[in-house]
Design a protein around this ligand. Structure first.
Ligand code: C2E
Ligand code: SIN
Ligand code: FE
Length: 405
């Protein structure tokens, strides 16, 4: 049934049919849609529109009884708070070394789970969101113990497992970034689930295109660009995920300057979660070996992203991201003032003073006895003077210095 209601009575879950008043005043290019995004609600409220039509067959009804609605809301809020209180876990932080083994097992398990999620979707089965949530919970705990273990391990992937491990990596990055942004724990999990599912739509892209070793033709890129909408459609058909998760799936390729896809949204119309998704997605993409391109080192990638950041990323989100992974992320090859080379194995109290495992002298061009130093304790005596390229030095398998493999 169509109902005319006041904007002040509009709430999430209603199906908006038409705005009353001049169409030029209303902020949406679409006038018929299910209202699921708090931001859209705020936009409508602040637009000055006074009344609108809703369809109660397609969405929630306007509740005439405000008292019963209030009680319902209080009950819901109470339930939420109790859940938060009982779910608050005490998790001890541990070193990279200590977490790496568990994180490696979790990465393997997660990859298998993501593969089966993608396969289910390919077969037209609903994605088992419950299983995905359990996985996110485990990844979230690993990130809590030591964020850099699973983030860095998930970065080390082969080109053919890229799509699946990329989902795991973006999940871990989203969780760490959400905590950096001080989001409540429930939202942290939601951000993680969004990361895990963000590229689900790639299951609908032919492998021939996805794993093409070279550059895509324009036509192939058009096909690829349908993956956000494919993913959203799959989830819409029978998976119970929040509007935020859906929004990341649909909008992780939007860019601040409006040149992204599928909708060419400009910054102010992109949700916080989608902005987070964009940053985490690109970071893990460019630090990984993919079928079409070799990965850049993490520190080099952060530098490049800072250069692109204006048109592509939200400035505040990108800065929080850099605080999360570091200017010299774990696994980066760095050169110190003393001429020694090392691998970053732990983030420090400041972004410029991580812990570094030294293994080589650039002066004598020979290995040295390995030792790990904490640059935050050596301020004024020793410091990083730059990133180095493992390739240029001919170093193979430097990651063994921190993965222990
Ligand atoms: P992906 O490989 O996971 O990359 C995700 C996003 O990271 C890209 O979205 C882009 O925003 C960013 N990105 C990745 N590599 C680079 C890079 O070298 N430079 C810059 N500036 N940004 C980079 P995009 O471009 O919309 O691509 C979406 C997906 O399309 C990619 O996901 C990948 O699966 C596929 N794709 C894009 N270009 C090619 C290509 O030349 N060959 C093949 N085989 N696939 C491609
Ligand atoms: C690399 O080859 O490792 C990238 C170069 C850099 O980190 O500066
Ligand atoms: Fe994508």
């Amino acid at each position: 049934m169509l109902k005319r209601i006041a904007v002040k009575d509009l709430k999430l879950g209603m199906f908006v049919c038409e705005f009353c008043g001049s169409w030029m005043e209303h902020p949406f290019w679409k006038t018929k849609f299910l209202l699921t995004d708090e931001k859209d609600l705020q936009t409508i409220i602040s637009s000055g529109i006074k009344e609108l039509w809703i369809d109660t067959d397609l969405g929630a009804d306007a509740d005439e009884n405000r008292v019963s609605r209030l009680k319902e809301e209080v009950d819901q809020a109470t339930e939420y708070l109790l859940k938060l209180a009982t779910s608050a876990k005490k998790i001890e932080k541990i070193s990279l070394d200590q977490e790496v083994k568990q994180a490696a097992k979790l990465c393997e398990k997660s990859k298998t789970a993501v593969i089966s999620m993608f396969n289910d979707a390919r077969l037209g089965k609903a994605v088992e969101v419950g299983a995905a949530r359990e996985l996110v919970e485990e990844i979230s705990d690993s990130v809590m113990r030591n964020a850099h273990a699973i983030i860095s391990l998930a970065r080390l992937k082969t080109a053919d497992e890229y799509t699946y491990m990329h989902s795991v990596a973006v999940c871990a990055l989203m969780i760490a970034l959400a905590r950096q942004l001080n989001l409540p724990e429930e939202s942290v999990r939601d951000a993680g689930l969004a990361g895990l599912l963000h590229d689900l739509g790639k299951m609908g892209i032919p492998d021939k295109i996805l794993n093409k070793p070279g550059k895509l033709t324009d036509e192939e890129f058009v096909t690829i660009k349908s993956h956000p909408e494919i993913g959203a459609k799959v989830l819409m058909e029978g998976s119970d995920v929040s509007a935020m998760v859906m929004d990341v799936v649909l909008h992780h390729h939007e860019k601040m300057d409006g040149t992204g896809y599928p909708h060419g949204l400009k910054g102010e119309h992109i949700s916080l979660y989608a902005k987070m998704g964009a940053v985490c997605d690109v970071y893990d993409a460019i630090t990984s070996d993919r079928p079409y391109k070799k990965g850049w080192s993490p520190a080099e990638s952060i530098r490049k992203m800072a250069e692109w950041s204006k048109g592509h990323f939200d400035e505040m989100v990108f800065q929080a991201f850099v605080k999360t992974v570091g200017i010299y992320p774990t696994g980066s090859l760095v050169k110190l003032e003393s001429g020694r080379l090392g691998i970053v194995v732990e983030q420090g109290t400041s972004l410029l003073t991580p812990k570094v495992k030294l293994f080589f002298s650039a002066k004598t061009k020979s290995p040295i006895i390995q030792e790990t130093i904490d640059l935050s304790l050596l301020v004024g005596k020793e410091k990083i003077i730059g990133r180095e390229s493992a390739e240029d030095w001919g170093f193979k398998n430097l990651d063994a210095l921190w993965t222990g493999k």
